[in-house]
Design a protein around this ligand. Sequence first.
Ligand code: SF4
Ligand code: SF4
Length: 332
Amino acid sequence: MNTPIDIEIDIAAGTTSPPAFNWDEWYEGIGGRSNAIPEVMEYRRRIQEEQYPRFEGPVAPVRHPFASPEEAAAAVKAKAEEFGADIVGICRIEPSDIYRGRSVTETYAIAVGQRMRWKEFQVVPSEAAGIECMRVYHSLGETVIRLAEYIRSLGWSCSVEHPIGDSDLLHVPIALKAGFGELGRHGSIIHPKLGPLFRMGSIATSIPMAIDHPIDAGIAAFCDKCRACRIYCPANAVPDHRSPEAGKDHLGNDRYMIDTGRCFPYFARNNYCSACLPVCVYNHKEWARDFETGEPTKIFPEVVMVEPPPPFDGVEQERRHQYPRLNRTRPK
Ligand code: SF4
Ligand code: SF4
């Protein structure tokens, strides 16, 4: 699921990309912006002012010779982990992985993920949870930018697909193909070890690399019986059933379709909500990890379920989930 915290950052003007999702219009429709956590605002500022200018850089004139695609993939993955990725995988880019109206000429996507700390999701919605989302967006931004610098030093161009605000690639289908996990009822990917509490970014490049493959760990099948996220969604936005009209997941299942017209207004007024992530039963391994640190954590979060605002679908369908990318050029 692509939530508003992913895409509400104001992007610089001066683009020929498709029409922007009009967040001002949208927020106006629900009564104005109500989330203004200082730490979140500071991460947003650092991403815009300090990270965006580093999306591009010089490409080394001579290409590093890898002995095989497997060697290239291993080298790139090792660097991604060195730069802070908790999970990394590679897949081929297909047209369906690209945002409507955009184009990507590179062949491969390197998907990277970074875990969020369970202890920050003890109460949801909460300022602590909202800050943790943005902390990881910033930290993961550093990971993808440094990985891009490494790839350019090998003599290959690439593009940074930042975890928020400015990406040509759809992170979810990319990560599913790269073997990150399975799509849960709540619309987020569930990793067999990390659960759903992680964020994603990626790099697009054409270095010949061995690719990874989607997994079937029985998670999606489990979702058909479990309804925890459905029960604890305060906005009643998580569906009861799979929807044939929502398309297929990587295992060929009809997808669950989140009602974004219900989710987003709640999300916008309640510290970016995120309740569906920590209540997911696939967090059990994350709990164990945080117990190891000695920090007191709950086995199940406290979910603050206030009265949801009315659903809002005030922006026409074809303009949803679209936003302009930066006015930037990408050397090939
Ligand atoms: S739990 Fe919160 S973030 Fe998740 S779908 Fe419901 S309203 Fe949206
Ligand atoms: S809470 Fe249950 S139904 Fe929802 S995504 Fe997690 S495992 Fe699936």
